[in-house]
Design a protein around this ligand. Sequence first.
Ligand code: FE
Length: 238
Amino acid sequence: MNKAAFFKMSYGVYIVSSLKDNQFNGQIANSVFQATSDPPTFVASINKNNLTHEFISASRKFTVSILAQTAPMTLIGLFGFKSGREVNKFADISFKMGVLDVPIVLDHTVAYMEVEVIDEKDCGTHTLFIGRIVNCEILSDNEPMTYAYYHEIKGGKSPKNAPTFTEEKPALKQQPASVPEKGGIMEKYTCSICGYVYDPQQGDPESGVPKGTAFEELPDDWTCPVCGAEKSQFEKGG
Ligand code: FE
């Protein structure tokens, strides 16, 4: 059996959102698909350990935001690699409440759907939530992001709770290292958890790390700006 066959499937990259007791949460999902057209029904495969699963189980409704290729790794990291049990993912992003009174993420969203759960199927680690479309709209003409684009162009990885997660690590594409003005070579480093690349020429301005800071010079308590992984989880190359 060649599990690489799995990667020949094509998917999109979505944010599935729901709520419980006026608390919002959402997560990255690639396993969302249309099951029937008349009436239109959709299926979302959600990991039972995720807070979004708890929220959909409670509210019986969810929204799907279809992300554009322009979606930055920080947005994907926030919704794909952080838990709503630790952070309020909706604190600094734009969203609106739809007709189901469920939040819809608007940042880099091409189109969205509002879904009412009509059935569900236990699928081991995941639940398949089957839903009826209550409303859907197109927000932009931007190109939707495919899962392949996320992996190949943006260098992203699968969160461990994703249905398509595997332990295999894709080979890192080697690129020329950065050369600082004062000589010497500064290497890029890649987060083994989320795929974020630390580029010394860019630094990490959001964390106060100036341009031209070598990875080795980062403070010990510096963490991945996307997923929060520690320095030790970075690998040379990018
Ligand atoms: Fe990371």
